[in-house]
Structure formats: structure tokens, C-alpha cells
Write a protein that binds this ligand. Structure first.
Ligand code: BGC
Length: 537
């Protein structure tokens, strides 16, 4: 028996050579330097809470992250907050300068809901917040950089969180679907004359898993078998609401899409059970959000619906923990994305066998998925335990999406690697070269991938990891009130790729040879030290 997904998966895997499955890091299929098409868009990405700072300035209200870092500071690895972060609220012009320096075509940033609507609802719009984003957008456009704007990157106004947030029900008089739609309407009205690429909601899987499943992120709810699914259900409906509002109430000629994360998964062995584990991986991490919007029939994968219903019944629930959508809701969500904004970081090897039983909390979506996951230790390891570089995974994933979902237009809106502070980031360089080569391979295979954003433009507040890990192309000195941004080696390599449209493996720039502020500051410190020594001696 071969389900259609399984056939597509086998097809996707069959186009990968054996070294790929063994975990090798192929750069490109042949030795000649392949070129990105002239209309391929390069960019860099950030999100508001992670970079903006000014947490209680300019009329901004509290988000649930502002609440978390004040009420449970011990929950952030280094007890830090995003109160100031890279201080982009004040230094946004410098952000545009470094984007210009890189030569990018697009900048993906997000809008903080409580900076625009301090209490979450549109009866009070904070004009200072609107001015801030107007200034940023205008500065970008003046520098020929196209804004890709995320409406929601996890900063729910605390006020709405206290009223139930992503766990309200669509049948409630007051619910998050209406709230998000009303917020989206304000954004289109204020910025839609200039913003033509809207990204509704960032990564339902990660947001619901960490925020409502396992309590790692705000609002730290712990309900991996129920709240997790409820959150995802609401996000799908809220996204669809924002899409319909744009199409029905505005004539601004832009596009609206959702941001989904998906890593690649390959089977541990060639057994049928492990092939099933791969199907389950994609159903539970991706299909659950992707199918309702991008599949021709709509709705979540039937296999997933059945699995959760059966497990819920066996656990004594009177109805499935995954509440079914009505026919009307299925129609409402289907086709509501003009493009797929895809975030991708890493890959897994997955398996399904008896040892998976008892591995996870019951009930939980991980227990429902019934799979175990691990990595090949030979893959490029970052300093984040979850992030290993395996570039072929991106190529495989892009081909899988093309084949399974009728070749949607894709923008890669996040891809990146974490490291310690420091300007010489050779592993990040290796990662970016590998993954950009994977994009070139996917283009060769006819995937409609139109753009790529590196995560991240600069160092930022990495959620529960605080500032203990760095993702920036540009290093930010978090101890300096001026928050200088200094290009790492990876920034110089990326810049050259954007300029030349090829990935030259020999290019080996030295970040200390730029005229960046780091060099100037270091020289100043050196001169002052010499002068002091002179006085002392
Ligand atoms: C998120 C970013 C985060 C990145 C690295 C993505 O899932 O969208 O906000 O910084 O992963 O962890």
C-alpha cells in the first residue's frame, strides 16, 4: 500500500544521492559555480521583540513577553530581557545602513502588536508606534529595499493574553480570530500603501509548541495534548481572517502569506515502520498547518485527524483533542496564501518502534506522532542543541513541497546558524554556503523559490536562550549603550554572494580588515592604552 505522500516522499528521497543520506554535506552537484537568477531576492530577517528594545517607550503596551521576563526572569537562560536588545527602535537607520551595506533586496521585520495597539484592540491606535514603522518602511524604500512585514512574531498584547489569547474559542463572543483580524486591518490601513508583502503569523508549530505545549516561551502554558492543538487551530483561522480582510476590504495590490517552519526528516532504516515515521513527522509538524491552506482538498491530513481521534478515545476523552473544523471553516482557510514563507534550520533522522512508547508526556502531540528523532553527529553542530547543519535537507524539503503541494511560490524567510560571540564565524559561513547551494539545487529542480532571508541580520534576544547564543550576520555589542553593529565574516561572505550571485568557496574575507566600528573602537582602546602606559612609565 502506498499513500500519495509516501510515494512523493520516496520520489523526493530517490533524487538524493547516497552520500546525502549518509549525512555528507554536498555543496553543489557539480564543480562549476552555479548562479542565482538575476531576479532572485536576497534578504535578512529580524523580529520586533528580539531587536527593538524601547519596551515601555513611545506609548507601547505590554506584550506577553514583557510580562514573562518580569514575572519569571529565571526562565531566561542568562536572566536577560528584550527591554533594550539591539535597540532598533532608536537605531533603525543604522539597521537600514547595514542592510544597504550587505546589498540585500528585501528586509523581513515584524511589527509589535502592542506598539501599534497598546491594549490589543483598535479603539486606541498609538500614533508614535505607527510613526516608528512608517519611518522604518520609508527609510527602506528610500534605499531600494523591499519590506516583507510579519504581523505577528509572538508578541501578543498581554491584555489579550489575559483574556484567553490563543486559547479562546472561535465560538466565544470575544476571540483571537476577531482580534487578529482587527489588528491586521489597522496594519493594512496604515502601511498597505507601501507594504506589498504581508506575512501574517510566524511559525504556528514553534509558537504553539513552546508557548502552549511545553511552557518554554510566553505565555508558558503547559498543555501539549490539548492547548497546543487549540492554539494551532486558532492561528489557522486567524491567518485566514487576515487574508480575507486584505482581499475583500483593500485594493492595495499586494500579497499575503503565512510563515511555516519545517525541518527535513529522513528514515533511520529502510523499514516500512520508519517510512511511516517520516510521513508522521511531516503530518504532525507541517501538514497540520500546510494542508488546510495549500492542499487542493483543504483541511488537516486525514491520517492525523484519525490518529488523534483514536488516541483521544483510548485515553478516555469524549471527543478528539484535535477539534474538527466545520466544512465552512475548511473552505474559508483553503487557498488563503499567495506564497509560502518557509523557515528552515535543520534536519532529523526519525524512527518508529516500540521504544517510542513512554518517551513523551501523555497526552501530547509528540506522543500522538509516535516517532523518535536524532541527528548524525557528523553534521555541522551549532551551539544550540537543536541546530545541526545538513544542507541537503533544505534541497529535499523544497522538492518535497513542490511535488506535494503543486509548486507553490516560496520565499525562504529564515535560515541561519548560532554561534558564540566573535567576528570569525567559519561554521556559519560553511552553513550559509551549504544551504545557499541547496537553494541553487532546488532552483535547478524547478522549485519556485523566489527569495532567501538569512536569520538574522544581527545578534538579538534569542527567546528563552537570552543572549547566550548569537545568530547575527552582524555582531551587536550588548554591553555598549550604542549597540555597535559589526560585520562578521559571514556577513562579508553573504555580501559577496549577493553581489556576484555565485557562491565562491575560495572567498575568504577578513572581518578585521573592514572599516567597521569594531576596528575603529579596538584601535582607540589600543591607542589609549599606549598613552596610559606612556604616562605610567
Ligand atoms: C524564530 C526566531 C528565532 C529562530 C532561532 C525561529 O523559529 O522565528 O524568532 O530566533 O528560530 O531560534
Amino acid at each position: 500500500m502506498c499513500r500519495i505522500e509516501f510515494c512523493l516522499l520516496v520520489f523526493s528521497i530517490s533524487i538524493i544521492d547516497a552520500s546525502t543520506l549518509n549525512g555528507a554535506q554536498p555543496s553543489s552537484r557539480n564543480n562549476e559555480l552555479k548562479q542565482f537568477p538575476s531576479d532572485f531576492l536576497f534578504g535578512a530577517a529580524t523580529s520586533s521583540y528580539q531587536i527593538e528594545g524601547a519596551w515601555n517607550e513611545g506609548g507601547k503596551g505590554w506584550s506577553m513577553w514583557d510580562h514573562l521576563v518580569r514575572t519569571a526572569p529565571e526562565h531566561i537562560a542568562d536572566n536577560t530581557t528584550g527591554d533594550v536588545a539591539s535597540n532598533s527602535y532608536y537605531f533603525y537607520k543604522r539597521d537600514v545602513q547595514i542592510l544597504k551595506e550587505l546589498g540585500v533586496n528585501i528586509y523581513r521585520f515584524s511589527i509589535s502588536w502592542p506598539r501599534i495597539l497598546p491594549y490589543g484592540r483598535p479603539d486606541y491606535v498609538n500614533r508614535e508606534g505607527v510613526d516608528y514603522y512608517n519611518n522604518l518602511i520609508n527609510e527602506l524604500l528610500a534605499n531600494d529595499i523591499t519590506p516583507f512585514v510579519t504581523m505577528y512574531h509572538w508578541e501578543l498584547p498581554q491584555n489579550l493574553n489575559e483574556r484567553g489569547g490563543w486559547l479562546t474559542r472561535d465560538t466565544d463572543d470575544e476571540n483571537i480570530i476577531d482580534w487578529f483580524g482587527d489588528y491586521a486591518r489597522v496594519l493594512y490601513r496604515e502601511f498597505g500603501d507601501r507594504v506589498k508583502h504581508w506575512l501574517t503569523i510566524n511559525e504556528p508549530y514553534i509558537h504553539c509548541n513552546h508557548g502552549y505545549g511545553y511552557a518554554n516561551h510566553a505565555p508558558r502554558r503547559s498543555s501539549p495534548g490539548e492547548g497546543y492543538y487549540e492554539c494551532g487551530r486558532n492561528i489557522l483561522l486567524a491567518h485566514a481572517r487576515a487574508y480575507h480582510i486584505y482581499k475583500e476590504e483593500f485594493s492595495q495590490g499586494g500579497q499575503v502569506g503565512i510563515v511555516l517552519s519545517c525541518d527535513w526528516a529522513m528514515p533511520s532504516t529502510d523499514s516500512e515502520a520508519d517510512a511511516q515515521a517520516v510521513l508522521d513527522y511531516f503530518d504532525f509538524h507541517f501538514g497540520i498547518y500546510m494542508d488546510p491552506i495549500f492542499s487542493p482538498q483543504g483541511n488537516q491530513p486525514q491520517s492525523l485527524i484519525d490518529r488523534i481521534a483514536n488516541m483521544s478515545a483510548a485515553q478516555g476523552y469524549s471527543e478528539s483533542r484535535l477539534r474538527p473544523f466545520t466544512e465552512e471553516q475548511i473552505d474559508y482557510m483553503r487557498g488563503t496564501s499567495d506564497f509560502l514563507a518557509l523557515n528552515h534550520y535543520t534536519s532529523y533522522i526519525v524512527y518508529k518502534n516500540e521504544s517510542v512508547n513512554g518517551m513523551y508526556v501523555v497526552p501530547s502531540h509528540n506522543d500522538d506522532a509516535q516517532i523518535g528523532m536524532y541527528r548524525d553527529p557528523s553534521w555541522l553542530q551549532s551551539i544550540s542543541p537543536w541546530l545541526y547543519g545538513y544542507p541537503a535537507g533544505l534541497h529535499n524539503l523544497l522538492v518535497y513541497i513542490k511535488n506535494k503541494y503543486n509548486s507553490p511560490t516560496i520565499y525562504i524567510t529564515e535560515n541561519g546558524f548560532s554561534s558564540n560571540p566573535g567576528l570569525i564565524d567559519n561554521d556559519r559561513v560553511t552553513y550559509y554556503r551549504g544551504y545557499l547551494n541547496a537553494v541553487l539545487d532546488a532552483l535547478d529542480d524547478g522549485v519556485d523559490v523566489r527569495g532567501y532571508c538569512a536569520w538574522s541580520l544581527m545578534d538579538n534576544f534569542e527567546w528563552a536562550a537570552g543572549f547566550t547564543v548569537r545568530f547575527g550576520l552582524y555582531q551587536v555589542d550588548m554591553n555598549d549603550p550604542e549597540r555597535p553593529r559589526t560585520p562578521r565574516k559571514s556577513a562579508l561572505v553573504y555580501k559577496e554572494i549577493i553581489r556576484s550571485r555565485v557562491i565562491d568557496p575560495e572567498y575568504n574575507p577578513d572581518p578585521y580588515e573592514t572599516d567597521g566600528s569594531y576596528v575603529i573602537k579596538t584601535s582607540c582602546v589600543f591607542v589609549i592604552t599606549l598613552a596610559l602606559l606612556n604616562i605610567v612609565l
